[in-house]
Design a protein around this ligand. Structure first.
Ligand code: GLA
Length: 505
């Protein structure tokens, strides 16, 4: 998998940084390989642009952009940003024509980079995909879709690229049978791995595993479901399939003809071509192509939360934008992502949502308490609820977690205002989300490994007077509360309440 990305670089020692500026390639690569397979060569390039230094690190197995470069004598430290909130340091030693790079503390041998010759540089430049014309940035009017956060299923978390027509139909049947469709999970999103080749007219076809995309869309529509699909603004998707580079308008028309209702547009190899600062118009270009194709589609922006996407995602036509790197079915990853969303709350609302990535509920590597936290937090955040497990063989408790009516009602609340953290005491956090009808969702989260009592005053919660309360996961009403709330919360668990003011007597 090849990934390349670019962004503004903060330079600590400007004079010295000039030494690292320029292009570096893997030492083990010769001119012949460079000419044949430039996309498989490790390349680091740093140059001046946009009033600073910008960088691009192409590492076949790593997604990264240098967001900081420090140089002290021969020593270099690069901070590589994988995604928002996921930064990895790399320590380097620089000699006249060699740069060795390694993760601090790693026992693997360092990557050795060298300066390419003038001819090799020309080859790299000649083979690099060229920038396409991109529109001048403007604010696209809302498309009227996703007034509440989208709900559905995506193939990626469980199946990755092991997908085909049969699997999608079986998943669709299972969404109906488990009651998930009726609970709101209607988008069936085919992620990376469906793409085939372009024909002589430039039309993109699915690969042999998807013989009839229109037939598949019809099947989903007949079952009260909708079809989502995936492509990239670069020449290749993240998993190396054909991207929409240079074929944006045609692909949007093809998707519209098939009956696609949702498009995820994933940056991936677009980083070979554009700087992060150019992301907004690149996304706008596809959003305009979809509008021109005439079929309404939810537009899902996926660029790992870089370049402050929440500030321009809606203008670029996005109904949702990823705010993080990829989730995994692990407590550490899920909780780190989920609890880092607080400051983005003001940017989301009806039609345009922060997307902390898809759900892992039902994939089996977290405990039920942890999955309850996952669902509660995503509901508090007004996050899209895109299930990511094998729905064909859902365990009953996974379906129960995913279809809890009151949790979904919090997520889908018509006010569309994401929740915020109001209390943080070590590993204990309290979040509130304002709901329609003057109600408030309150989540008491215990991120710690020990059971804990979590308390919050009504002043901290922003609640006046007395309140009736529903304990959502326990599915029972509590006595009227006044002044404060308190609950015992299991490790990695949550108590989720909906409070409703009661009239003073
Ligand atoms: C990126 C995205 C994932 C998924 C894969 C597919 O990693 O962030 O959500 O779409 O690409 O290759």
């Amino acid at each position: 998998m090849l990934v390349a990305v670019a962004a503004a670089v903060a330079v600590v020692d400007t004079a010295a940084a000039q030494e690292i500026a320029g292009t570096w390639v893997s030492q083990e690569v010769d001119a012949e390989i460079l000419g044949r397979e430039p996309q498989h060569v490790r390349v680091l390039s740093i140059r001046e642009a946009h009033g600073g230094l910008i960088g691009r690190l192409i590492v076949p197995t790593l997604v990264g952009i240098p967001v900081a470069v420090e140089q002290h004598g021969d020593h270099v430290r690069l901070v590589i940003q994988m995604a928002r909130g996921m930064e990895t340091p790399l320590d380097g030693t620089l000699t006249a024509d060699r740069l060795s790079l390694a993760s601090p503390g790693s026992t693997s041998p360092p990557a050795i980079l060298r300066r390419p010759s003038a001819e090799e540089l020309q080859v790299l430049e000649r083979l690099a995909p060229k920038k396409l014309s991109i529109p001048t940035m403007k604010a696209l009017p809302p498309n009227g879709l996703a007034r509440t956060p989208p709900m559905g299923f995506s193939t990626w978390n469980h199946f990755q690229t092991a997908i085909d027509d049969r699997t999608i139909r079986d998943v669709a049947d299972a969404l109906v049978k488990t009651g998930m469709r009726d609970a709101g999970y209607v988008y069936v999103n085919i992620d990376d791995g469906w793409q085939g080749a372009r024909d002589a007219h430039g039309t993109l076809h699915p690969n042999e595993k998807f013989p009839d995309m229109k037939g598949l869309a019809d099947y989903l529509h007949e079952h009260g479901l909708k079809l989502g699909i995936y492509t990239s603004p670069g020449p290749q998707s993240c998993a190396g399939f054909e991207g929409s580079y240079g074929h944006e308008a045609e692909d949007a028309r093809t998707f519209a003809q098939w009956g696609v209702d949702y498009l995820k547009y994933d940056w991936c190899s677009a980083g070979l071509i554009y700087d992060d600062a150019e992301m907004p118009p690149v996304y706008l270009k596809m959003a305009e192509a979809i509008r021109a194709a005439g079929r309404p589609m939810v537009f899902s922006i996926c660029q790992y939360g870089r370049a402050d996407v929440w500030k321009w995602g809606a203008d670029a036509g996005g109904n949702l934008w990823r705010t993080t790197g990829d989730i995994a079915d692990q407590w550490q990853v899920m909780s780190t992502i989920g609890f880092a969303q607080d400051e983005l709350a003001p940017f989301a609302g009806p039609g345009h949502w922060n997307d902390p990535d898809m759900l892992e509920v039902g994939n089996g590597r977290m405990t039920t308490a942890e999955y309850r936290t996952h669902m509660s937090l995503w509901a508090l955040l007004a996050a899209p609820l895109i299930a990511g497990h094998d729905v064909r063989s859902s365990a009953p408790d996974a379906v129960a977690l995913l279809t809890n009516r009151d949790v979904i009602a919090i997520d889908q609340d018509p006010l569309g205002r994401p929740g915020r953290r109001v209390v943080q005491r070590g590993p204990l956090e309290v979040w509130t989300r304002p709901l329609a009808g003057k109600r408030t969702a309150v989540a008491l989260f215990n991120r710690g490994a020990e059971p804990a009592k979590i308390e919050a005053s009504f002043v901290e919660l922003g609640i006046d007077g007395r309140a009736g309360a529903l304990d959502v996961w326990a599915e029972r009403s509590l006595d009227v509360l006044e002044g404060r709330i308190a609950a015992d919360v299991e490790p990695h668990g949550v108590v989720l309440l909906v409070l409703e003011p009661v009239q003073r007597r």
